[in-house]
Design a protein around this ligand. Structure first.
Ligand code: ZN
Length: 512
């Protein structure tokens, strides 16, 4: 049966199997994109049925005994184990297969149903500002996530939360995250205090401009094409919550949202989602769609790409040297009194905010650390879900100096827990950390990077990311990629250096 001569054949069949599974997943992605952008309201019931069917079929495929047989045969072949590409594929396919196979089908069905009903309950609870309405669903989600974590397991010395993290940041643990979040927090707090204590206030004229939406669309498309997004292999549309979707080879879509007096919000969302999309467009999908070699490594690495384009590029002075003439061309006299410098400063306002998604680059990370600590405590049984609002409000008071007026602007503001995503939040700050560390290395590799950005020449930057991050797929785990690319393990230092340099200058804070 396990004749070595069969193995090239087995590997080929395995790849076909994966490609079909990825094709099913891309159909689900397309249905999901449509649901958020174009779908008529009356179709929502049937859409849920369509998505449930595809997710059942995809799970069956991902756990089919045939896949297990093929994998066994390939793993016994020394030639496949020694080739770095096939070895990386097999390692990752095995990981996914074992993880999916450990979940009983009835648990998968219960999770999927609870996720969609939990989200509906959350929407109502948030609209009515009624935590009690959401509480039973939160309790149920914690129970289900604990069961899921027990099924998939974790290495010795770890805990249930580590098992959940694997879905988002494979290879990392709660303890490792804590180790890096602690010094980050210790250095962020004095920076934020210094900014708040500064008497300097940036020019906010641009935040008061009312700009016609159709011109904002033109401006965002220009920016998107300018940074290197391939508009022939993707789309920019509108949705209530901006997102990106790497639907299929040759089809990567993003959304943003426009309001007349919120140009920088729309631009920030567009550049953020563009960063995700450039990663998706840079994965070698045409050659190996469905294989781990053409898939993103982790949510944190994905987020590093979105943050890098949104923040390090989009919030830079050089960026506005390029973007201001484009804005003048498209918006006309509305931009007459604005300078690169005032736009740069208006892009870099630091102000504690109750709402995570409205927060600036510095305080944002405190929001994430709060969620990481509280969700970990709930999963590990150290915090009862009913005590969440109190714990939340106390942290906001201590960390940001703000009073939470109601749970809708407190612990009910995010969708994640309602849809069962425990272990997701840390990825946002991991993305900021990876992004800043890549940025340091990038600047050393491309000494004239700022001049290039100022000239709207983004090819070298994008080329570097393509070569060092995008093309890699899941060849290495995130931590190893970071070491290979930057020469160092992930650290809080590059991000703190970047935040300190920028915000101390913007807010005129002296070093003593
Ligand atoms: Zn993102």
């Amino acid at each position: 049966m396990s004749d070595a001569r069969d193995n090239p054949e087995a590997y080929r069949e395995l790849m076909i199997h994966l490609r079909e599974a990825a094709t099913m997943a891309s159909v689900a992605e397309l249905l999901g994109w449509d649901q958020e952008t174009m779908m008529p309201q009356a179709a929502s019931g049937f859409r849920a049925e369509e998505l449930a069917l595809i997710s059942r079929l995809t799970h069956q495929r991902a756990t089919s005994p045939r896949l297990g047989e093929l994998l066994d045969r390939c793993e016994s072949d020394p030639a496949l184990r020694e080739n770095p590409e096939t070895a990386a594929n097999l390692r990752e396919i095995r990981r996914d297969y074992d993880r999916a196979s450990r979940l009983p089908e009835d648990l998968v069905a219960e999770i999927s149903e609870t996720n969609s009903r939990g989200m509906e309950a959350w929407k109502q609870a948030r609209a009515e500002n009624e935590f009690g309405r959401f509480l039973p669903w939160l309790e149920r989600q914690i129970r289900l996530n604990r069961r899921k974590a027990e099924c998939v397991g974790f290495p010795s010395g770890g805990d249930l939360y580590d098992a959940l993290l694997e879905d988002f940041e494979p290879g990392t643990t709660g303890a490792a995250i804590e180790e890096i979040f602690r010094p980050l927090r210790e250095e962020l707090t004095p920076l934020i205090e210094a900014v708040i204590g500064s008497s300097y206030r940036p020019d906010t004229t641009v935040h008061r401009l009312k700009l016609p939406l159709e011109r904002q669309v033109a401006f965002n498309r220009r920016m998107l094409g300018g940074v290197g997004f391939d508009l022939d292999a993707g789309r920019l549309d509108v949705s209530a919550h901006p997102f990106s979707s790497g639907i299929a080879p040759g089809d990567t879509r993003i959304t943003t949202r426009y309001r007349e007096d919120h140009l920088l919000d729309a631009l920030g969302s567009t550049l953020h989602e563009a960063g995700h999309a450039l990663y998706e467009q840079g994965l070698p999908k045409l050659q190996c769609h469905g294989q781990p070699l053409a898939e993103p490594i982790s949510l944190g690495i994905h987020e590093s790409q979105s943050r890098l384009w949104e923040n390090q590029v989009g919030h830079s002075h050089a960026f506005w040297v390029w973007a201001l003439p484009e804005a003048r061309r498209i918006f006309g006299e509305a931009f007459d009194g604005l300078t690169e410098h005032s736009l740069y400063e208006a892009s870099n306002i630091v102000e504690p905010n109750l709402i995570r998604v409205d927060s600036d680059e510095a305080t944002y990370n405190l929001h994430i650390m709060l969620r990481f600590d509280l969700e970990r405590a709930m999963v590990l049984g150290d915090l009862a879900p009913k005590d969440l609002p109190g714990a939340w409000n106390e942290r906001i008071r201590n960390d940001l100096g703000l009073e939470v007026p109601d749970d809708s602007r407190g612990c009910l503001q995010d969708v994640h827990w309602s849809m069962g995503a425990f272990g997701y939040f840390p990825s946002y700050t991991m993305g900021n950390l990876y992004g800043a560390q890549f940025w340091d290395t990038l600047n050393a590799a491309i000494p004239d990077l700022q001049e290039r950005i100022a000239g709207g020449r983004f090819e070298t930057l994008l080329g570097w990311l393509r070569e060092n991050v995008h093309n890699v797929g899941r060849r290495y785990p995130a931590a190893e990629l970071c070491r290979r690319v930057t020469g160092d393990p992930l650290s809080h230092r590059p991000l703190m250096r970047y935040l300190n340099t920028k915000f101390r200058a913007v807010y005129r804070i002296s070093d003593d």
